[in-house]
Design a protein around this ligand. Structure first.
Ligand SMILES: Nc1ncnc2c1ncn2[C@@H]1O[C@H](COP(=O)(O)OP(=O)(O)OP(=O)(O)O)[C@@H](O)[C@H]1O
Length: 262
C-alpha cells in the first residue's frame, strides 16, 4: 500500500496578538506525518508545542502557511482530529458510558452502532464493569482511559495527545503508555504527542521532532531505530541504543540552554 500523508504543515508561522503587542510563537514550521506514524514533539517550555497542536486541531488558524489533515485544509475544528489532554475533563454527573459517548452524541450519533463502538472500546480498555460508575469512583489512570475511549469513539484520523500521562503516577503512566501504543497500533491511528518526558517520547514514537524557542522552530527530527520503535514503550526502555538516544536528545536541550544563556 502506498504511504499516505496524514498531516502536512507547510511554512506555518503563528503570531499571537494581544494588548501587549505581537509575539511570533512559531516560524516557518514544516512537518509531514504519515498515516499510522507516531510523532512526538519535544522542546523547552514556551517553544510552541501546544500552539502547534492547536493549529493542527483547527482551534487556531496559522498567521501564514497551511495545515492539512488527510489532505483537507484545516480552518476550524474537525471530527477528523481527536484531542486528548493532561486533564480528563470528564463530567462528574455523567456515568463513564455517558462520558465516553459524548463525542458521538455531539455528532448526533445515538444509534446502536454508536453504542456498540463505545462498549467495545470500554471493553478494550478494561473498563466494561465501570460503565455505570461515575468519574469520582475511578482512579486517575482509569479516568484517562475513559478520555481515550471518548477520543477514539468518534474515529478520528489523527490523535493529538497533549501530555496525557503527565498527571499520573509513574507506574500508571507506564501502563497507560503501553495501552495507548497497543490501541493505536491495532487501529493504525496516526498520533502526535507533546511531552516533556524525553524517555516517553523515545519509547512511544517512530520519530521525534525537537522544537527550539523564540521563535518556535524545528531544530531537529530524529528517527527512532526499529528495535526501539517495535517494542512496546515499557520494554523499549531496555533496548540497545535507548540511552544513547536519550543523551543525544538531552544534548539538544543543553545546547538550547547554552544559547539562551548567552
Ligand atoms: N494566547 C497567547 N497570547 C500570547 N502569547 C501566547 C499565547 N499562548 C501562548 N503564547 C506564547 O507562545 C509561546 C508558545 O506557547 P506554547 O504554550 O505553545 O508553548 P509550549 O511549548 O506548549 O509550552 P509548555 O511546554 O510550557 O506547555 C510562549 O512564549 C507563550 O508565552
Amino acid at each position: 500500500m502506498p504511504i499516505q500523508t496524514a498531516v502536512e504543515l507547510e511554512e506555518v508561522s503563528h503570531v499571537y496578538v494581544n494588548s501587549q503587542g505581537a509575539y511570533l510563537a512559531l516560524e516557518q514550521i514544516g512537518l509531514k506525518v504519515n498515516q499510522g506514524e507516531f510523532v512526538s514533539l519535544i522542546g523547552p517550555s514556551g517553544c510552541g508545542k501546544t500552539t502547534l497542536l492547536s493549529l493542527i486541531s483547527g482551534l487556531l488558524i496559522p498567521t501564514t502557511g497551511s495545515v492539512r489533515v488527510s489532505g483537507e485544509l484545516i480552518q476550524e475544528p474537525t471530527p477528523r482530529v481527536g484531542y486528548m489532554l493532561q486533564q480528563d475533563y470528564l463530567f462528574p454527573w455523567r456515568t463513564i458510558y455517558e462520558n465516553a459517548s459524548i463525542g458521538l452524541e455531539l455528532m448526533g450519533r445515538r444509534d446502536s452502532a454508536a453504542k456498540e463502538t463505545v462498549l467495545e472500546l470500554l471493553h478494550d480498555m478494561g473498563l466494561s464493569e465501570f460503565a455505570d460508575r461515575y468519574p469520582n469512583q475511578l482512579s486517575g489512570g482509569m479516568r484517562q482511559r475513559v478520555a481515550l475511549v471518548r477520543t477514539l469513539a468518534t474515529e478520528p484520523d489523527l490523535l493529538l495527545l497533549d501530555e496525557p500521562f503527565s498527571a499520573l503516577d509513574y507506574q500508571t503512566k507506564l501502563q497507560l503508555e503501553d495501552l495507548v501504543a497497543v490501541t493505536l497500533l491495532a487501529r493504525n491511528k496516526t498520533a502526535i504527542l507533546v511531552t516533556h518526558d524525553i524517555t516517553e517520547a523515545i519509547a512511544m514514537s517512530d520519530r521525534i521532532v525537537v522544537l527550539q524557542p523564540n521563535p518556535g522552530r524545528v531544530l531537529a527530527a530524529v528517527d527512532i531505530p526499529p528495535n526501539i520503535r517495535e517494542a512496546l514503550p515499557l520494554k523499549a526502555r531496555e533496548e540497545a541504543g535507548f540511552h544513547n538516544l536519550f543523551h543525544r536528545l538531552w544534548g539538544y536541550f543543553e545546547d538550547m540552554d547554552a544559547e539562551g544563556g548567552k
